[in-house]
Design a protein. Structure first.
Length: 222
């Protein structure tokens, strides 16, 4: 979605001070988002905050993530002031409470602005075909070498995608994610098409009703 909106995505792994293996988390995030910068930070210790500050200077930055991810804590660290409310995560499940209840835009000391947002429960795709191609570029490249142009990358002979999975070059998890997001994007497009068709039908019906009323009025006048 970020690529489709012409925004530049940046994955910030917060709370490095609580991670058992920050390097492994960095490697996993990098593998799941090819072409996207991944930065490990900690608002508590200040780790890599100088790097993040340099990356964000001069532009408009939006923090997106689930409740408890540390968005407001990170924002306060970047601002150098406890300006935004923060809350502890729940001990029983490690999930955050909705401490931030509105979007807030604040200027950054080094230039640019920062938008803090409430925690996200879900994100839905909309017309994101180009973004999917960019995020899953390695699957798109492999698909061009499949024997069949309409290969579903399942059990077809000569499937380059399945061959890469068997060779350990492509995680099967990546293909599963690709298919899931393709289905979600197709469902969103179909839903939009159905809504547009419904709107056009209602417009046509309204025009027909208006014309019929006009003809009846003319007939009565004559």
């Amino acid at each position: 979605m970020a690529w489709d909106s012409a925004a530049r995505p940046l994955i910030v792994l917060t709370k490095a001070d609580l991670a058992t293996d920050a390097a492994a988390a960095h490697a996993e995030a990098s593998a799941l988002a090819p072409g996207v910068d991944v930065l490990v930070t900690s608002a508590a210790t200040g780790e890599n905050l100088d790097v993040l500050t340099a990356l964000l200077s001069g532009g408009t930055t939006v923090l997106l993530g689930s409740s408890g991810a540390g968005k407001s804590s990170l924002a306060n660290a970047l601002l150098g002031d406890e300006r935004l409310a923060v809350g502890e995560v729940r001990a029983q499940d490690g999930k955050g409470r909705h401490t931030t209840v509105r979007r807030e835009l604040v200027p950054l000391p080094g230039g640019g602005v920062l938008i803090d947002t409430p925690g996200l429960r879900a994100i839905s795709l909309y017309d994101a075909a180009d973004g999917l191609e960019q995020v899953f570029a390695e699957i798109e490249d492999l698909a061009r070498h499949c024997r069949f142009g309409d290969c579903a990358h399942d059990a077809e002979p000569g499937c380059a995608v399945q061959a890469a999975i068997r060779a350990g070059e492509l995680p099967e998890r990546r293909l599963a994610s690709y298919r899931k997001l393709q289905r979600e994007n197709a469902w969103a497009a179909a839903r939009t098409d159905a809504r547009l068709r419904g709107e056009r039908t209602e417009q046509q019906k309204a025009i027909t009703r208006h014309l019929r009323a006009t003809y009846r009025f003319r007939d009565r006048q004559s």
